[in-house]
Write a protein that binds this ligand. Structure first.
Ligand code: ZN
Length: 337
């Protein structure tokens, strides 16, 4: 637990949002109430800060951030990462006729990927002359971070220091390992199949029979009672949610199977099937949880591919993160009931 007082948290929220202190205190009171004694007032303050997107974590001593902690709005970000891709420098003309150059690269560490943009001709020269190549580790200081067209971008300043393959004690994953990691993107920028991470909310759940049979051993989908690997088995129920997911830039269909759907529903497939049978309505368990699910912020990582039937791109979720701890707390409370 971070040793940070409620007063400090309130101050940080105030700085970021410009809200009145009394409003923030009231939000914290409401959160304490909402979680009915599950968390301390300090804990509630952390949750409220999180909801406002205020980061409270301390920078590590070295001052270098992990990519997952690099968020839009940071004024001085420094990090160590491996170069995954270099986009060739591009010339442009400003409105007043000046010539400029810009170059962007994609870097990654074990926690994520990040687009880094260079405007300084000396820095771009490092790339043009091949002093920075794909696979190199770079250490950059003093960048600023903003939301770009395709997601978060980290912009180097002329004063940013760039070190190429510095001596470091920590291990940065290889290019091959990093390629497996997904990149956080805006939905509007997804035009190809691939693995991505998106942040937004489910705005609708399509009504259908969400249950299907799986092998109790390997959890693979069954057709009838026979698993290719395990022969004749007694099928288990699993559940899926077919949703419309929106991040403010666009929306796309995201499908949650099995465990991912269970996380969203806060109940096991078996329990959901029981409830469906009680109500003689396959969609009932989802309907009953709709208000908890719709509009709640989620981070979803998954594979995007073209749906054979509709021809549209859709994502199959493979990891769901609930950035809002309130939902998690509620799920735990329900679990205990
Ligand atoms: Zn099986």
């Amino acid at each position: 637990m971070l040793k940070i007082s409620i007063d400090e948290i309130v101050k940080k929220i105030k700085e970021k949002t410009g809200l009145d202190e009394s409003v923030i205190q009231k939000k914290i009171d409401e959160k304490v109430e909402e979680l009915s004694g599950l968390v301390s007032r300090q804990g509630a303050a952390h949750i409220v800060a999180n909801e406002f997107g205020v980061t409270l974590f301390k920078m590590p001593e070295s001052g270098f951030l992990k990519i997952k902690n690099i968020v839009s709005g940071l004024k001085t970000a420094s990090f160590v990462a491996r170069v995954l891709r270099i986009n060739p420098p591009r010339e442009f003309k400003t409105k007043d006729g000046r010539q400029g150059k810009v170059c962007s690269i994609l870097v990654g560490d074990g926690t994520g990927k990040l687009r880094v943009v260079f405007w300084d001709t000396n820095q771009i020269k490092l790339i043009e002359e091949g002093k920075i190549s794909e696979g190199d580790i770079i250490r950059i200081t003093n960048c600023y971070v903003k939301e770009g067209l395709t997601g978060i971008e980290c912009h180097a300043r002329s004063s940013s220091r760039i070190e190429i393959n510095p001596k470091i004690s920590e291990k940065i994953p290889s290019i091959e390992e990093l390629q497996e990691l997904s990149q956080r993107v805006n939905i509007s920028s997804i035009s190809d199949e691939g693995t991505y991470e998106i942040r937004g909310a489910i705005v609708n759940i399509l009504e259908n029979n969400p249950f299907f049979d799986v092998c109790p051993e390997c959890r693979k989908r069954l057709n009838g009672n026979v698993c290719e690997e395990h022969g004749e088995v007694k099928p288990k129920k699993s559940i899926f949610l077919s949703t419309i997911f929106d991040d403010g830039t666009d929306n796309m269909r995201v499908v949650f199977f099995g465990r991912q759907a269970e996380i969203l529903l806060g109940m096991s497939s078996e329990k959901a099937f029981e409830i469906a049978q009680e109500h003689n309505n396959f969609f009932y368990p989802i309907e009953s949880k709709k208000q908890d699910i719709l509009g709640k912020e989620l981070i979803v990582e998954g594979k995007v591919s073209k749906n054979d039937f509709s021809g549209e791109l859709e994502m199959i979720a493979r990891r769901v993160i609930l950035p809002n701890p309130v939902i998690e707390a509620k799920a735990i409370l329900k679990e205990l009931d």
